[in-house]
Design a protein around this ligand. Structure first.
Ligand SMILES: [Fe+2]
Length: 245
């Protein structure tokens, strides 16, 4: 059984297209999106259409919550200067699209044929805003995961791929399709983006469990052209990315 996990697309349809064309070669049984689908990027509608077309099980991210309730953006830990981009994204999708976002799930559990249970989420199983990193203390991770029946966990939110074992549990982050961060986000420091998309395949086959953390290069020039054509409030930030790469 092979499952693809994509996350944190953030309206970057150019990156998503590159990932989906790789996925077409991968013979997946299921595609799961771990949230943060449309905000910040130039092509929100195209991203939602692709998720529907692929029948992706989609989990709610903090940016998706903020698209639904932009007046509560601070509660969802959205930096203040990004709020105009939230409203721009909301203005460029339909009521049907908003209802689609409302249907996103909090978590999703998958049972592999050998009995292993995987739990998918955005930040942690408890919150869309919990940030799990390679340096997160084990007592915090134990609080999130130790008492749960699943033994494989996968989330997004940090925009950095992660493969970390915690006792008998395995904690994964699929990385970000549309906004792969060079370094982990810290308040006051606008993130710098890497010129590739990240996603992850988890496969259980007889006695093996395999994770394939993939990096897919995409055409950053095409993305920048669509940013320039969009009128997105955050255009300048996008234009500063991918230089000298
Ligand atoms: Fe995100």
């Amino acid at each position: 059984m092979r499952i693809g996990f994509i996350s944190d697309i953030h309206g970057n349809f150019t990156a998503l297209q590159a990932v989906l064309s790789d996925i077409k070669q991968q013979k997946l049984d299921l595609l799961v999106c771990l949230g943060d689908t449309i905000s910040l990027g130039p092509q929100p509608k195209e991203v939602l259409n692709a998720l529907r077309e692929w029948n992706a099980v989609t989990i709610m991210g903090n940016h998706d919550q903020a698209i639904l309730e932009p007046e509560k953006a601070a509660e969802f830990e959205i930096t203040e200067h990004l709020i105009p981009d939230l409203y721009w994204g909301r203005d460029h999708i339909s009521l049907e699209d908003l209802n689609f976002i409302k249907s996103f799930k909090a978590t999703h559990s998958i049972q592999f044929p050998n009995g292993i249970e995987l739990l998918a989420f955005h930040g942690s199983p408890e919150s869309t805003t919990h940030l799990i990193q390679a340096i997160t203390p084990t007592d915090i991770l134990d609080h999130y995961f130790a008492e749960r029946s699943a033994s494989v966990f996968i989330g997004g939110h940090s925009h950095i791929q992660l493969h970390r074992r915690l006792g008998k549990k395995l904690i994964l982050n699929s990385g970000s399709v549309g906004n792969a961060f060079e370094y982990v986000f810290s308040p006051g420091n606008p993130p710098k983006l890497l010129p590739w998309a990240e996603y992850t395949i988890v496969e259980q086959d007889n006695d093996s469990l395999r994770t394939d953390m993939r990096r897919i290069y995409f055409d950053t020039k095409t993305l920048i052209e669509s940013v320039k054509a969009s009128g997105l409030p955050g255009t300048d930030w996008w234009l500063q990315q991918y230089q000298n790469k």
